[in-house]
Design a protein around this ligand. Structure first.
Ligand code: UD1
Length: 389
């Protein structure tokens, strides 16, 4: 077989995105597939788990992602219903395209649902960002990670420790490749296009004078059910954020779930201060701009823990655990949980001392998607030759 040509009989790679954090992971993969010689054919499937313009369309534009070939339009529902709907609607897509493999990223419900459909139909499954573990099974994403990794035939990891997690769960090391972090590929690719915070505030009708002469601010995002679905927890977190805002103005990019719960629980007064700017979900270029210039980021997001490490910006993670330990060991991340006293003193320490500087983890170098394309091409063609696929 000539290894410079993709065998004609090899179907496309079905590339799955569903929710916001998937888009920045898939964009560099699609670019690397197109740049590979020969090009690796791909079909982009959006499950429609996230559907708002702010949560989806704007990010597609910012990331230069092509329009999805297929949109399953599942929308919001309980986890069971959302997962089941993706599965039902995705099965005919496999029949239609006869893919060489299904490629999923991250840990959202769409990741799990499409992997399960693929494996039952005998289609090889590839998981990008495999092996991350918080060891907290109350977190829906942890269940999605565990099951997806068990199902996957090829597993690409972002940090070396992830392989150890997989091997402990009985997954053969031969299936695992350490390639680096595709989310950081996107960050480095788009960094020069990031929007300036003053411009973002002006567009939102906020007086940038709020930030003071040194333009210092903290950036906040919160959306995990464990932080925002209980009135008591959310109320407590908003109260400590308000206290912090007295020393450092805060820009809060609100996830729809969090905005709805603030209203539902009658907590709007906790954020009603000119020192806290509430913005809708931000575009990708806005988010990179806001992160890059922040004095500190306070978040419960997985992606922001990694992006702040890559940018060298201190990050306080409002969770008891993280599936991304490298951001703590090597990067700028500190776990602060949801105890207001701990959060307050960690924020004060960053303001007083500047916070962690960290270093860039291995292979967070903008080349992860290229490594995936090269490895996947070799794997698919070898499988074909061996009849395994
Ligand atoms: C999902 C992912 C999470 C990821 C997050 C990023 C799972 C289990 N969770 O959580 O890992 O970090 O996305 O945002 O897959 N909603 C809208 N508009 C939208 C999307 C959602 O208003 O475009 C609202 C709906 O009220 C919905 C709620 O947000 O019920 C939650 O959406 P869902 O996709 O279920 O989970 P996320 O909390 O966004």
């Amino acid at each position: 077989m000539n290894d410079k040509t993709l065998p004609a009989a090899l179907g496309p790679v079905l590339c799955i995105v569903g929710a916001r954090p998937n888009f920045m992971k898939m964009a560099p993969i699609l670019r690397a597939f197109a740049d590979h010689e020969p090009a690796i054919p791909a079909v982009l499937v959006h499950t429609g788990q996230h559907y708002d313009k702010d949560m989806s369309d704007k990010l597609f534009e910012d990331l230069c992602l092509p329009r999805p070939d297929i949109n399953l339009e599942v929308g919001s529902a309980s986890h069971a219903v959302q997962t089941a709907e993706v599965m039902k609607r995705f099965e005919p897509v496999i029949d239609q395209f006869k893919p060489s493999c299904v490629l999923v990223v991250g840990d959202v419900n769409s990741t799990l649902a499409c992997s399960l459909v693929a494996v039952k139909k005998g289609v090889p499954t590839v998981h990008v960002e495999a092996g991350l573990r918080s060891f907290d099974r109350t977190m829906p994403e942890e269940i999605n990670r565990l099951v997806t990794d068990q199902l996957a035939d090829r597993l690409y990891t972002t940090e070396r420790d992830a392989e150890g997690n997989l091997v402990k769960e009985g997954i053969a090391a031969e299936r695992v490749r350490f390639v680096g972090n595709v989310m950081i590929d996107s960050l480095l690719f788009h960094r020069d296009r990031a929007r300036a915070p003053a411009e973002i505030l002006a567009a939102a009708g906020v007086d940038a004078g709020l930030l003071g002469s040194d333009a210092a601010y903290g950036l906040v995002t919160l959306h995990r059910p464990s932080n925002v679905d209980e009135p008591e927890t959310l109320g407590k977190l908003l109260a400590v954020l308000r206290e912090i805002s007295e020393s450092l103005p805060l820009i809060f990019a609100l996830h729809p779930r969090t905005r709805a719960n603030i209203q539902r629980f009658g907590l709007s007064d906790r954020v009603a201060t000119p020192r806290m700017v509430l913005l809708p979900p931000q575009g990708y270029l806005e988010m990179i701009g806001l992160m890059s210039s922040a004095r500190v980021v306070l978040t419960d997001s997985g992606g922001l823990q990694e992006e702040t490490t890559a940018l060298g910006v201190p990050c306080l993670t409002l969770r008891e655990n993280t599936e991304r330990p490298i951001t703590i060991e090597q990067g700028t991340n500190t776990l602060v949980g949801c105890d207001p006293a701990v959060i307050r003193s960690a924020a004060q320490a960053v303001l007083a001392g500047g916070g962690k500087h960290g270093r860039i983890p291995e292979f967070w170098d903008g080349q992860a998607a290229r490594r995936i394309a090269e490895d996947l091409y070799g794997w698919l063609t070898a499988n074909r030759a061996g009849g395994a696929a």
